[in-house]
Design a binder for this molecule. Structure first.
Ligand code: HEM
Ligand code: NAG
Length: 292
């Protein structure tokens, strides 16, 4: 199931979301790809938008129509049992086991209805009876990867884990907490959990800032032909951002790295100091022959 994606990190994460997508779990990593791939080359920018289109198509493919009603996390927090690492281990869905549970971020869920995934012989049976929070975003399903410790993951990856938690809250039944990494023996959050929540919040903020930025400076369309070279142009839906304006192509510089990408700029934003016009491009033309 997951092996196919292992050869390509980006693919792995897109598929991770699409495998269980409910529509809201959109690939964290399609966005991470924007960090990993330097975006100075407009041809790469186009590739990225193709990857995004692909992601949303695949997400649509796997989307479920009937999603179980969400249990509100507030009701759920203080009910339920406390598990130890050892007591949870028994819940692997095997013949004489007491049930089939997984834990993520210290929250334990009854996943009996997902037995085909998590039960013995299922593609994700390694998640059963334990907390493997990190592996839900790393895709590292070796013993070293199947751990609760999420220290060192970027805020964006932390959002990915939080999306998985929401997925389990919606799809499955919350049953309690796992004592250890994220909760103490009184069921109170540990510093690990508080740090993780802080990182998630930071990640959500980053993502919303990014979305604002993308809406303000949508990527250009691009096309490369042997005969005419690179053409860059704006439309009212370039970069996958539908809008009631078109804009003109400009190089948008990232102040930190001095790399640039092509952005469609509204007239009122043309004074932005991080913009430079393309050579050989009329200043108010929506279409340019680019210099890469
Ligand atoms: C980080 C990597 C990945 C993780 C953590 C992951 C995790 C999961 C989990 C937990 C499920 C069960 C969801 C449920 O309870 O309904 C699942 C289902 C699934 N996954 Fe993945 N997965 C990953 C990568 C992939 C890749 C690369 C593919 C495809 C090449 C894939 C294909 C599927 C499919 C087809 C399903 C079944 C969906 C269904 O029957 O509803 N997964 N995945
Ligand atoms: C985008 O442009 C097309 C025609 O090129 C037009 O039909 C459509 O209404 C425009 N969309 C918006 C949001 O303005």
């Amino acid at each position: 199931m997951w092996e196919a994606g292992r050869s390509n990190v980006n693919t792995t994460y897109e598929m991770a979301s699409s495998g269980h997508a409910i529509g809201f779990l959109v690939a964290v990593i399609a966005i991470a790809a924007f960090y990993i791939i330097p975006d100075s080359d407009p041809r790469i920018v186009q590739l990225q938008s193709q990857v995004n289109t692909l992601t949303s198509e695949v997400v649509g493919l796997f989307s479920r129509e009937n999603v179980a009603k969400a249990t509100s996390p507030e009701n759920v927090e203080d009910s339920g049992k406390l598990f130890t690492v050892d007591s949870l281990k028994a819940f692997d869905g095997s013949k004489n086991s007491p049930g089939l549970h997984i834990a993520i971020m210290g929250k334990v869920f009854d996943v009996s209805k997902g037995e085909k995934h998590y039960g013995p012989g299922g593609g994700y049976s390694f998640f059963a009876g334990r907390d493997c929070s990190k592996a839900y975003v790393s895709g590292d399903f070796t013993e070293e990867g199947l751990i609760p410790d999420v220290v060192g993951l970027t805020p964006q990856y932390m959002v990915g884990i939080d999306d998985w938690v929401s997925f389990f809250e919606k799809e499955y039944t919350y049953v309690g907490k796992l004592i250890g990494h994220f909760y103490d023996d009184q069921g109170e959050p540990t510093p690990n959990l508080r740090a993780a929540h802080k990182a998630i919040e930071e990640g959500r903020k980053l993502k919303s800032d990014e979305a604002d930025h993308r809406n303000k400076y949508p990527p250009c369309n691009s096309e490369w032909k042997q005969s005419s070279g690179l053409r860059l142009w704006c439309s009212n839906r370039s970069g996958g951002i539908s809008r009631d304006w078109i804009g003109v192509p400009r190089k948008l510089f990232n102040p930190g790295t001095n790399k640039w990408r092509c952005a469609c700029i509204k007239e009122s934003e043309l004074h932005n100091p991080h913009l430079r016009p393309y050579d050989n491009c009329p200043p108010s033309s929506a279409s340019c022959v680019g210099d890469a």
